[in-house]
Design a protein around this ligand. Structure first.
Ligand code: FES
Length: 63
């Protein structure tokens, strides 16, 4: 699913970036330029970052 239509950034792109250490909206913006056009994707991007960080935290608790 496209999160940022203006820059063709997908949900998977963001999740992979979070898994590779880009854990803040600032880091994601620097990596993909998310939100630099219309800005309509910023809140969904923040939500995906939070979700992925929660998933990763659960993974490390079990592992
Ligand atoms: S949808 Fe991301 S900047 Fe427009």
């Amino acid at each position: 699913m496209f999160v940022c239509v203006c820059n063709a950034i997908t949900e998977n792109d963001i999740r992979h970036a979070v898994n590779n250490g880009n854990e803040t909206i600032k880091q994601i913006k620097q990596k993909f330029a998310v939100g630099d056009q219309c800005g309509g994707c910023v809140s969904l991007t923040k939500q995906i970052i939070s979700e992925q960080l929660a998933v990763n935290a659960c993974y490390y608790e079990v592992a």
